[in-house]
Write a protein that binds this ligand. Structure first.
Ligand SMILES: Nc1nc2c([nH]c(=O)n2[C@H]2C[C@H](O)[C@@H](COP(=O)(O)OP(=O)(O)OP(=O)(O)O)O2)c(=O)[nH]1
Ligand SMILES: [Mg+2]
Length: 149
C-alpha cells in the first residue's frame, strides 16, 4: 500500500509532543521521569497532544496533570524531531510562567529548578539537547530586548 507516494515499509508514524520550560528567577524547572518508559531521564514536563487541542492548550493541560501547576504559555522556543526506530517524535518546546497551583508529583520522581548552565549537568532525552541550545539562543536574544526583565 502507498501513502502519498511513500511505500508502507518506509512510512514513518509521527507522535506530536509538547513540553513546557517553566522559568522562575532565571532558573528552569526540570523533572525526572517516574516509573515507566525512560524512567529517571530528566525532561521538561509535557506529553502527547490530544485531538482538538492546540499545542499551547496541551502544554497547559499536561503541566496541570503532571505537576498540578497552572501555567501561562509565553512563547514557542523550538521544535525538534527525534527519529526513533518505530516513529518520529516531534517535540515542541514552549517557555512558560507559573501562575498558580501547588506542586504535586503525578508523573515524576522529582523536580528541580536549575540555572541555564546547570541544565547541561543532567541526562535528558537525546533530542532535548537541541532544545537546551535553542533556549540558550532564545535567552540571548531576549536579553537584548529591553522589554524583557
Ligand atoms: N514530556 C517530554 N517528553 C519528551 C521530551 N523530549 C522527548 O523526546 N520526549 C518524548 C519522550 C516520550 O517518548 C514522548 C512522549 O512524552 P510523555 O511520555 O511525556 O507523554 P505523556 O505525558 O502523554 O505520557 P502518557 O500519558 O502516554 O503516559 O516524548 C521532553 O522534553 N518532555
Ligand atoms: Mg509526560
Amino acid at each position: 500500500m502507498r501513502y502519498n507516494g511513500i511505500t508502507e515499509s518506509t512510512r514513518v508514524d509521527i507522535m506530536e509532543v509538547v513540553c513546557g520550560i517553566i522559568e522562575e528567577n532565571q532558573t528552569y524547572l526540570i523533572a525526572k521521569r517516574g516509573k515507566g518508559v525512560h524512567e529517571n531521564i530528566w525532561e521538561f514536563p509535557g506529553g502527547k497532544i490530544e485531538h482538538n487541542e492546540t499545542r499551547e492548550e496541551a502544554v497547559v493541560r499536561e503541566i496541570k496533570e503532571e505537576l498540578h501547576l497552572d501555567v501561562e504559555v509565553l512563547e514557542h522556543v523550538l521544535s525538534v524531531v527525534d527519529h526513533r526506530e518505530a516513529m518520529d517524535i516531534h517535540v515542541h518546546a514552549y517557555r512558560c510562567r507559573k501562575i498558580g497551583g501547588s506542586l504535586e508529583l503525578h508523573a515524576h520522581h522529582e523536580v528541580r529548578y536549575v540555572s541555564y548552565q546547570e541544565l547541561y549537568d543532567y541526562t535528558f532525552e537525546p533530542s532535548d539537547y537541541a532544545i537546551l541550545d535553542g533556549l540558550g539562543k532564545h535567552k540571548a536574544s531576549l536579553a537584548t530586548n529591553k522589554d524583557f526583565s
